[in-house]
Design a protein around this ligand. Structure first.
Ligand code: NAD
Length: 265
């Protein structure tokens, strides 16, 4: 199975090249970057420190989509939105890791998924996807007096906040409580904001250093506090999960799938 990587020179892109190279049944068939990127023309293998592969990094996403079976995209929302269209036109499987999509951008991804199989997940680690189930279950069992707070910490390059994973955990908690996250999310606190509203789901964001991704969901109740934490110590877990998703999605009917579908959870 031939796989192409968009954003191949990025932090996740390089990790994805290595994960594809290491996995059975898949091979790297292309890599693209933004036009003007300083690494254009470089060998993909050398980019990912895997030795020479004989495939150069290009900026021609359209040509790559025509040439491969699946594309993995961990870039920025505007690029992913455009690539969803390319995937639909070429019938290529698309695995999306990009977070921070606007409602309009997400709508266009949903539309593209009516024409090809797309897997989209805010987090491709097995651990976080298991956590989503635990968070939902805890929110269902614990009464509303247990305040739910979600904390994420990431490296200082991250551009969106709260993280896509924090929001996914928030959606899981809201589902457990049978409410819409949009109605109860409290994402910004500054100044004299008054007491916390019971039933809200609060978010806090920390950014710094080279942290690959850490999330804690707290249920702070009277006399006790439960915390569920996940810490990714390497981006490799996300890359391995994304390759697994690409293999799984090949042969699936058009549709928008999640990592829960891939893992059969
Ligand atoms: P990064 O900035 O290191 O990489 C993004 C890459 O996209 C850059 O190399 C950039 O040049 C490239 N790019 C920009 N415009 C492009 C274009 N037009 N065509 C091709 N490439 C283009 O960022 P990162 O840390 O690798 O993260 C990328 C995204 O993946 C973020 O949204 C992040 O939140 C998300 N992410 C998701 C998961 C997950 O498991 N779902 C895990 C980690 C990161």
């Amino acid at each position: 199975m031939k796989i192409g990587v968009v954003g191949a020179a990025g932090r996740m892109g390089r990790m994805l090249l290595a994960a594809v190279d290491a996995a059975d049944g898949v091979e790297i068939a292309g890599g693209v970057e933004a036009s003007g990127h300083p690494d254009l023309g470089k060998d993909l293998g050398e980019l990912a420190e895997l030795g020479t592969m004989g495939i150069a990094l290009t900026s021609d996403a359209g040509a790559m989509f025509e040439d491969v079976d699946a594309v993995i995209d961990f870039t920025v929302p505007v690029v992913t939105e455009a690539n969803a269209k390319l995937a639909a036109n070429s019938g290529t499987v698309l695995v999306i890791g990009t977070t921070g999509m606007t409602e309009d951008q997400q709508h266009n991804v949903d539309q593209a998924a009516s024409r090809t199989a797309i897997v989209q997940a805010a987090n491709y680690s097995v651990g976080v996807n298991m956590l989503l189930g635990l968070v939902e279950q805890a929110a269902r069992i614990l009464p509303e007096i247990y305040d739910i707070e979600i904390l994420d910490m990431h490296h200082h390059h991250k551009i969106d906040a709260p993280s896509g994973t924090a929001l996914a955990l928030g959606h899981a908690a809201a589902k457990g409580r049978n409410v819409n996250l949009e109605d109860v999310a409290d994402k910004v606190r500054d100044g004299i904001i008054g007491p916390r509203k019971q039933g809200d789901i609060g978010f806090a964001t920390l950014r710094g250093g080279d942290v690959a991704g850490e999330h804690t969901v707290m249920y702070a109740g009277p006399g006790e506090r439960i915390e569920i934490t996940h810490k990714a110590s390497s981006r490799e877990v996300f890359a391995i999960g994304a390759v697994r998703a690409a293999l799984w999605a090949t042969g699936q009917k058009p549709g928008l799938y999640s990592m829960k579908d891939v893992l059969g959870l």
